[in-house]
Design a protein around this ligand. Structure first.
Ligand SMILES: C[S@@+](CC[C@H](N)C(=O)[O-])C[C@H]1O[C@@H](n2cnc3c(N)ncnc32)[C@H](O)[C@@H]1O
Length: 333
C-alpha cells in the first residue's frame, strides 16, 4: 500500500537519515530546554553518568519510564551478559537521579526462541540494585505473530520497581464492572461486590487488555519510529506513579511518548535519546501537539515541511507484529 509515510529509521535507513540530520536541532551532547513547561530533551548516552548529571543538574525525578533497545546496543547485538552489563550502566545512572521515594518501570522483551533472554537475567541483575520488585505487567497486543506450531505472541512485558515509599494512585480502565454475587460483610451488613465499588469500571491490574497498540492508522502513530509505545499505556504509568508537577524521566525517548504523556498530565519530563533524529522527532511531536492537539502524524511524518510527501510501501500490521519483531520494543533483531 502506498501512502505518504516514512521508512523505518533503523533498517537500511542511511539515505533517509542523511536527509534528516541537517534538520535536527540537537547534535550529540546538546541539551534542549523547553521554554514553556520546563521539559528537557538531551541528545546523549543514558549510560554516560557525566551527561546524565549535566542534564539533571541537581534535580531529582520521582518516576522513570525506560524502554531500552532490546539486546541491540547501537545496532550491534551483544551477548546476554554484555547486554545486562550495559543495562546495569543506565540503571545506575538513573538510580542516581531518582529521588529516595521513586518508581521505575522497564519495558523489556523476552526472546522465546532463546530461553526468554534477557528477561530473567535482567530480573536477577535488578535484585542487586536496591530497587524492590512490585509488579510484572503484561500489555496485550491486539495483533500478534506466530505459526500454527506455537501460541501466538501478543504480549509486551513491563516491570515495575520502587524505592522508598513513592506515590501510587490506583487507575481504572473503561471496562464496565460486571462481576456479581461476590459478597462480603461490611459493618455487619452483607454487601455485594458492585455496591462496594469505588468505580463502575474495573481497576487496571497487572494484565492490560484495553490499550490499542500503535499502528499506522492510529492518530498517535509517528512514522519512522519502529518501537513506539501506546500513549495510553505511558499515561497510565505516569498517572499512577507521579503527581502533577513531578519530574519524570525517560532515557530512551524515540517517539517522545513519555514526554507527551507528561505534557498532557501536567508533569515535567527530562528525556534523552542518543540519536539526534529521535530527539528532533520528540521536540516536533511536542510542538505539534501544542499547536494542533494532534498526538502523532498518522499516515504523514514529522519532516513533511522539509521533505514533503514520501511514498513507501507499509505493511498492514502493527510494528510489533512484523516479521522479526518477536520482541515489542525493538523491531530489528
Ligand atoms: C525502544 S526505543 C524507545 C521507544 C519509546 N518508548 C517510544 O515509545 O517511542 C529505544 C530508543 O533508545 C535509543 N537509544 C539507544 N541506545 C541509547 C543510549 N545509550 N542512550 C540513550 N538512548 C539510546 C534509540 O535511539 C531508540 O530511539
Amino acid at each position: 500500500m502506498q501512502v505518504n509515510c516514512f521508512p523505518r529509521l533503523d533498517i537500511d535507513a542511511d539515505e533517509i537519515r542523511a536527509r534528516l540530520i541537517p534538520h535536527c536541532r540537537l547534535k550529540p551532547g546538546d541539551i534542549w530546554h523547553d521554554p514553556h513547561a520546563g521539559h528537557v530533551i538531551g541528545c546523549g548516552d543514558g549510560t554516560d553518568p557525566e551527561f546524565v548529571r549535566r542534564a539533571f543538574k541537581n534535580r531529582k525525578a520521582t518516576l522513570a519510564v525506560l524502554d531500552p533497545p532490546y539486546n541491540l546496543v547501537m545496532f550491534e547485538k551483544k551477548t546476554v551478559s554484555e547486554y545486562i552489563a550495559w543495562c546495569r550502566n543506565w540503571i545506575d545512572c538513573c538510580s542516581d537521579v531518582l529521588s529516595d521515594d521513586c518508581s521505575l518501570y522497564v519495558w523489556l522483551g523476552a526472546d522465546q526462541k532463546d530461553h526468554f533472554q534477557p528477561l530473567p537475567q535482567f530480573m536477577t541483575m535488578m535484585a542487586a540494585t536496591g530497587f524492590e520488585s512490585r509488579a510484572f505487567i503484561t500489555l496485550r497486543n491486539q495483533r500478534g505473530y506466530g505459526t500454527q506450531k506455537n501460541w501466538m505472541a501478543v504480549r509486551q512485558e513491563l516491570l515495575y520497581y520502587t524505592r522508598g515509599n513513592p506515590n501510587f494512585t490506583v487507575q481504572y480502565t473503561d471496562i464496565p464492572k460486571i462481576l456479581r454475587g461476590y459478597y462480603k460483610e461490611v459493618g455487619g451488613r452483607r454487601t455485594e461486590n458492585l455496591q462496594r465499588s469505588r468505580s463502575n469500571t474495573i481497576r487496571a491490574g497487572n494484565v492490560w487488555v484495553d490499550i490499542q497498540q500503535v499502528f499506522y492508522r492510529r492518530r498517535e502513530n509517528v512514522n519512522g519510529c519502529y518501537a513506539q509505545k501506546p500513549l495510553a499505556a505511558i499515561e497510565r504509568i505516569v498517572l499512577a506513579s507521579s503527581v502533577e508537577g513531578d519530574l519524570v524521566t525517560d532515557f530512551f525517548a524515540h517517539s517522545g511518548a513519555t514526554l507527551l504523556a507528561c505534557e498532557r498530565t501536567g508533569r515535567q519530563c527530562l528525556t534523552f535519546d542518543i540519536d539526534p533524529v529521535f530527539t528532533e522527532i520528540t521536540i516536533r511531536r511536542l510542538e505539534q501537539y501544542r499547536s494542533t492537539g494532534r498526538t502523532g502524524w498518522q499516515t504523514g511524518h514529522p519532516f513533511e515541511q522539509e521533505l514533503g510527501t514520501i511514498e513507501v510501501t507499509v505493511p498492514e500490521e502493527p510494528v510489533s507484529a512484523r516479521p522479526g519483531n518477536d520482541l515489542t520494543n525493538v523491531a530489528s533483531r
